[in-house]
Ligand binder design. Structure first.
Ligand code: ARG
Length: 296
């Protein structure tokens, strides 16, 4: 047996994801520095890349539910921004920009219809602006919450009140990292394992992260600018974009299994793997359901 004493045994915890096919994906406006409406989008290619991600999730044993795509909502493919579900409690999004405002109703309709099926405990009406999992990273012990570009600090308090979880506010300072989920990735939620790019955060936020996550994986600029942190970890696999080789190697060295997906078309909209993925975290007591708190 090869002996790698430092490498812990990584185990998959099955997840339930909500995603939306990029049927109407396009870049027709620019609401983040990555978007340029003059650059054409290859929708077939976007669809093929997105389908690879879905297939990779399903191969790993995760459940993927689909939102119906809507013409005229080119960013709906970035399903992470539509709602935050923690222990079956759902905080709907309230988008920062008028271009995406109508997406909220699409998510609401899905959660209203499907909530009972996943053991939902109701929907909370958002008061302050929040772009859901774009800025909320749900860990085992806390929720990390970004602000500075989209989600407001007031929304952090709303999520804390709704879920009873401690919500830790982190200020983002670089417009290219306009959402938390492009600056910080959750490798293993239950174990509070994260990777992040310090340069995306204010000095105060960097200090909080360093103190709370002394063993975090630190990404370099090259990997961060390649959307490497826009990843989804299931405890064992890390679904991540291609083009972040240092991060991939660092994760492998820690015993994770990187699963690289080419998301070059989706990146034209300023999003990658995590942006396409909303996680449904059911009520812990739901029979047959999985939760972050499951023993493994
Ligand atoms: N074009 C979208 C926007 O600027 C991309 C959203 C990416 N989603 C994310 N979770 N970071 O809002």
């Amino acid at each position: 047996m090869p002996s790698r004493p430092q490498t812990p045994q990584r185990r998959v915890s099955p997840r339930h994801f909500l995603m939306c096919p990029p049927t109407f994906f396009d870049v027709t406006y620019a609401i983040n520095p990555w978007m340029d409406p003059r650059v054409p989008v290859d929708r077939d290619r976007a669809h093929a890349q997105w389908s690879h991600l879905v297939a990779a999730y399903e191969r790993a044993g995760h459940r993927v539910d689909l939102l119906e795509p809507v013409p005229g909502l080119p960013d709906l493919v970035f399903a992470a921004n539509g709602a935050t579900v923690v222990d079956g409690r759902t905080l709907l999004a309230r988008f920062a920009t008028p271009q995406r405002a109508a997406e909220a109703a699409v998510h609401r309709a899905w959660h209203e219809r499907s909530g009972v099926l996943y053991g939902g405990r109701g929907l909370a009406e958002p008061v302050a602006v929040n772009e859901a999992e774009g800025d909320f990273a749900v860990l085992g012990s806390v929720v990390l919450a970004g602000h500075g570009f989209r989600t407001s600090v007031a929304a952090h308090a709303e999520l804390a009140a709704l879920t009873g979880r401690e919500v830790v506010s982190l200020e983002l300072v670089d417009p290219r990292f306009y959402h938390l989920d492009v600056a910080l990735g959750v490798l293993d939620a239950a174990a509070d394992q994260v990777a992040y790019f310090p340069g995306a955060f204010s000095a105060a936020a960097q200090a909080v992260l360093a103190e709370r996550f002394p063993d975090a994986v630190l990404a370099d600029a090259e990997d961060a600018f390649a959307f490497g942190l826009n990843l989804v970890g299931d405890g064992r696999h890390v679904f991540m974009p291609t083009g972040a080789p240092h991060l991939r190697d660092a994760l492998e060295a820690r015993g994770y299994v990187p699963v690289e997906i080419d998301t070059s078309e989706l990146v034209l909209g300023g999003g990658s793997v995590k942006c396409c993925t909303q996680e449904i975290r059911p009520t812990p007591s739901t029979p047959g359901a999985t939760s972050e708190g499951d023993p493994r």
